[in-house]
Design a protein around this ligand. Structure first.
Ligand code: 2HA
Ligand code: ZN
Length: 301
């Protein structure tokens, strides 16, 4: 009898392992998951994700949820309250990076480093339905991501799906030396490189230094995201939002590149912001006109 029951145990364990592998692969092969993983790898290669820095969330479409549901955990864990609430995200599903997990490792083992969470019907709690294996939890910034998704869904008529937080060096360095003022920082970035005003025509918001990971920074950021699709966290990093992975990564990349150019030009100029050549405000207006942009007029002189 003992031989039979241990054989049955081994079979059950084998079946569970096969099921895990199949469900892992089925979800990992979905195009949205490949896009998610690629962004994590690209961010790591840019040098924006030292140690476990940075995080990414993606709001799934109805079709994507339907395709993945057969592979969700049969017995999801308890609901976990977030300390924030959003009516327009009741019942939503998000892909999220894991708290304490490294962007560098996502590509090697997505199911360990990334998970799918379901939001409850009240819109104030999550539970893991796939991935984040071995006791993982959503990113420590999940409350900030969640509030920002809520605000951007409203601001974009449901277009926004991606929120990406990274620690790009040059943006962080600028917040050490420039006034923490959205108008002043946006103008420096717009004038650093011609296409900036095309990529972020409403400008970039700025949050003063705050303790990361809690409801306070979530609320402060989401107030700004009513106007902007990107917000700088002083001495910490940058939050970007967008309809897809390419646009959101592109926004992060463009803002960071402009910060680098501005910082380099300041250094070449002996730290003076009085540049010999720049784009004047009429030049910015001309770009807005020719590219048919709605820009943040209050940021022009
Ligand atoms: O380490 O980036 O803001 C994760 C973070 C927290
Ligand atoms: Zn961070």
């Amino acid at each position: 009898m003992e031989v039979i029951s241990s054989a049955q145990d081994a079979l059950a364990k084998g079946a569970a392992a096969i099921k895990d592998t199949v469900s892992g692969a089925a979800v990992e092969n979905q195009p949205f998951m490949k896009g998610f993983v690629r962004l994590c790898a690209d961010g790591w290669l840019q040098g924006w994700h030292e140690r476990n820095g940075g995080n990414l969330t993606y709001r799934m479409t109805d079709d994507e949820i339907k395709a993945c549901k057969p592979f969700f955990n049969a017995n999801p864990d308890e609901w976990v309250n977030m300390g924030v609430q959003a009516d327009n995200l009741r019942g939503a599903y998000f892909v999220t990076t894991g708290s304490g997990r490294y962007m560098r490792n996502v590509q090697l083992d997505p199911a360990h480093n990334v998970g799918i969470v379901e939001i409850n019907e009240v819109g104030d709690a999550w539970r893991i339905v796939w991935g984040l294996t071995d006791g993982g939890k959503p990113t420590s910034e999940f409350p900030s991501h969640f509030m920002n998704h809520s605000v951007r869904v409203d601001a974009t008529d449901g277009e926004c799906r991606v929120i990406y937080h990274a620690h790009p060096d040059n943006v962080i360095a600028l917040t050490k030396v420039m006034p923490l003022d959205a108008r002043e920082i946006t103008r420096a970035l717009w004038k650093a490189m011609t296409e900036c005003i095309v990529v972020f025509p409403m400008g970039v918001g700025v949050v003063e230094w705050m303790v990361p990971g809690g409801a306070d920074i979530a609320h402060a950021t989401s107030e700004l995201m009513k106007t902007y699709d990107a917000a700088i966290w002083a001495q910490h990093g940058l939050f970007c939002s967008g309809p897809d992975f390419d646009t959101t990564f592109g926004l992060m990349h463009t803002i960071e590149k402009a910060a680098k150019i501005h910082g380099q030009a300041l250094m070449m100029n002996g730290c003076s912001g009085e540049f010999l050549n720049t784009i004047d405000d009429d030049g910015l207006r001309a770009i807005a006109h020719d590219f048919n942009l709605t820009i943040n007029e209050s940021f022009l002189d």
